[in-house]
Design a protein around this ligand. Structure first.
Ligand SMILES: Nc1ncnc2c1ncn2[C@@H]1O[C@H](COP(=O)(O)OP(=O)(O)OP(=O)(O)O)[C@@H](O)[C@H]1O
Ligand SMILES: [Mg+2]
Length: 335
């Protein structure tokens, strides 16, 4: 297996909530949303590392923190940088260095329309980072942009270059967003639900494009999705998140074929069976509790069909059950 390109160590991102007047008068202390709470994992060069979990579990926050778009509350993000020719800690880099690192680290967001600038022609939008980083302007920029447009399937590029986002379909817009993310020749891309706003038929094409680009440009992906089925299809390894914590981590086949955490099993059951058309029961897909405040015991305890008395009192550690397969559940902690 190749070396890690990224090592995330004890990463936390807490958001302070505004205190109401009543809170202040009563001297209540400030509450925090623990969006990412002590998360550690490695990402190997050229792999697709999946982050899976329900809405609000902290996936996007984690994605933004690891590429330096958000400052973490604590923890380290060690990245093997080519530009700096050494390993840097993204958590403690200065703004100026983070901007330079943007050439290696990029993000693709879920909603292509809000990621685009409606007043900018798409060719100029895709090429903008070349100007920001003083790499190319004018004709030279146009040539680089045309090449990348061809790569992402905006063909013929001269036909698309001067169009505005409103003149494109959803799938084409997402291709524009991908082209912009690739224009600086990055190494690591966080793809944050890159297909969840697209029609099913277009989703498959965008996924195929991302996989082809990964091989052609030797990319590493951190792939964020709420769909464990999609993660299983494309990821090498999967981390399952629940309320800011990783509850299971391992190779994609072992996570799906032998899910160890009751929450991973719940996610598996919530995939609609195409043969029986069984839709999961309402209780099983109920909303997860809020990540605000302090927790005692296992975070999944209120929804867990297999809970034991200990689970209410104490949170289990993340333990390695077989090589590379980790789970945070008392059922798997050897006494
Ligand atoms: N800037 C912010 N200020 C306060 N709370 C925030 C902020 N950003 C995110 N949160 C909270 O942090 C938690 C995690 O949010 P996040 O967007 O990372 O979840 P997610 O897993 O990406 O969800 P989704 O699947 O809906 O995109 C949520 O409770 C969210 O409300
Ligand atoms: Mg999100």
């Amino acid at each position: 297996m190749s070396e890690p390109i990224l090592q995330v160590i004890n990463l936390k991102k807490y958001f302070a909530l505004e205190r109401s007047i009543a809170d202040r008068l009563l001297g209540r202390s400030r509450a925090y949303v623990k969006a990412v709470d002590d998360v550690s994992f490695d990402v190997n060069e050229n792999e697709i590392f999946g982050i899976v979990g329900e809405s609000g579990c902290g996936k996007s926050t984690l994605g933004r923190v690891i590429i330096g778009l958000l400052k973490p509350t604590s923890g380290r993000i060690l990245y093997k940088s080519k530009i700096f020719n050494r390993t840097v800690d993204i958590a403690s880099l200065k703004e100026k260095d983070l901007r330079l690192l943007r050439r290696e680290l990029q993000i693709i967001f879920q909603d292509p329309y809000s990621a685009l600038n409606p007043k900018m022609k798409i060719g100029d939008f895709i090429g903008h980072p070349l100007e920001i980083h003083k790499i190319a302007t004018g004709e030279e920029k146009r040539e680089i942009v045309m090449k990348i447009m061809e790569k992402v399937g905006l063909i013929p590029p001269e036909e698309y270059y001067d169009r505005y986002p409103r003149e494109l379909s959803g799938g084409q817009r997402q291709r524009v967003v991908i082209a912009r993310a690739l224009i600086l020749n990055p190494r690591l891309i966080v793809a944050d639900e890159p297909t969840s706003n697209l029609d099913v038929s277009i989703q498959a094409r965008i996924i195929a494009l991302l996989l082809r680009l990964k091989d052609e440009m030797k990319l590493t992906y951190v792939f964020i999705t709420h769909s464990i089925a999609l993660a299983h299809n494309i990821c090498d390894r999967i981390a399952v998140m629940y309320l800011g914590r990783i509850v299971e981590l391992g190779g994609a086949p072992s996570i799906v074929d032998e899910p160890l955490h009751p929450y991973t099993r719940l996610l598996m059951r919530s995939v609609i069976d195409p043969d029986t058309r069984n839709i999961p029961r309402v209780r099983e897909v109920s909303e997860p509790p809020s990540p605000v405040g302090d927790f005692r015991g296992c975070r999944f305890v209120r929804r867990c069909p297999e809970k034991m008395e200990k689970c209410e009192r104490e949170e289990p550690p993340l333990v390695e059950v077989s090589t590379g397969h980790y789970v945070r559940c008392w059922q798997h902690v050897k006494r």
